[in-house]
Ligand binder design. Structure first.
Ligand code: CA
Length: 227
């Protein structure tokens, strides 16, 4: 789930951006001034920030300065009403990744957002997550609700595969070939056993349950629909 923070004080523009980005499949939060924006951006893990320059309370430059001062390197797309070269230079010097001059078409913003997210994917792909379950690929660590979970190498590989393709029902044959490097033999219950063990570690003591059996088809990991 890709999370985007929008910092925009113009009510209509903010609502429009939030709705558009939500419809495009992102989780979009909206802050209506710079102080809220800086707070949200430094306290949460956003994958991208869409940041208006002219904001009440604290301008976009200062918000960006605070984000970078916290060591956060998510891409930042500036929205500027002033088509001024020095504004662009200033933004890029402060560590903005791109800028868009108002007024702009939503399709243009969406294209920029997707490009920036792709560029940042290297970093993003080091961590896989569903709900409060996180898998850190570099450190080979699994944490749920802040609690460290110890997995065997096979359990880790199984969880990684499920997370990489979360929301997708994975047939046992695919799991067998990807995790055990073997062809599926209908007589063996090695996958059922492994899934049961994995569930005991990541689901039994927690809510909501994340790993689901789809009878006759396979397994899927996903968080319940948010309402
Ligand atoms: Ca503004």
């Amino acid at each position: 789930m890709v999370k985007i923070l929008i910092v925009e004080d113009e009510r209509k523009t903010g609502d429009y951006l939030r709705q558009g980005l939500s419809e495009a499949g992102f989780v979009a939060d909206l802050a209506r001034d710079g102080i809220d924006g800086a707070h949200l951006a430094t306290q949460n893990d956003y994958d991208l920030v869409v940041l208006d320059v002219m904001l009440p309370g604290m301008d976009g430059w200062e918000v960006l300065r605070r984000i970078r001062a916290q060591g956060r390197s998510m891409p930042v797309l500036f929205l500027t009403a002033r088509d001024q070269v020095d504004d662009r230079v200033k933004g890029l010097e402060l560590g903005a990744d791109d800028y868009l001059v108002k007024p702009f078409a939503f399709s243009e913003l969406l294209a920029r957002v997707r490009t920036l997210l792709r560029r940042g994917l290297g970093r993003e792909q080091q961590r896989l997550q569903v709900a409060d379950l996180e898998l850190d690929l570099l450190r080979r660590r699994v944490v749920r609700a802040g609690k460290r979970i110890d997995l065997t190498a096979k359990e880790f590989a199984l969880l990684e595969l499920l997370l990489r393709r979360q929301g997708e029902v994975l047939p046992r044959s695919l799991i067998a070939s990807q995790v055990w490097d073997m062809n599926f033999d209908s007589d063996t219950n090695v996958i059922e056993v492994a899934v049961r063990r994995l569930r005991a570690k990541v689901d039994d003591d927690f809510e909501p349950k994340l790993i689901h059996t789809v009878r006759g088809m396979g397994y899927v990991i996903e968080a319940p629909e948010q309402t």
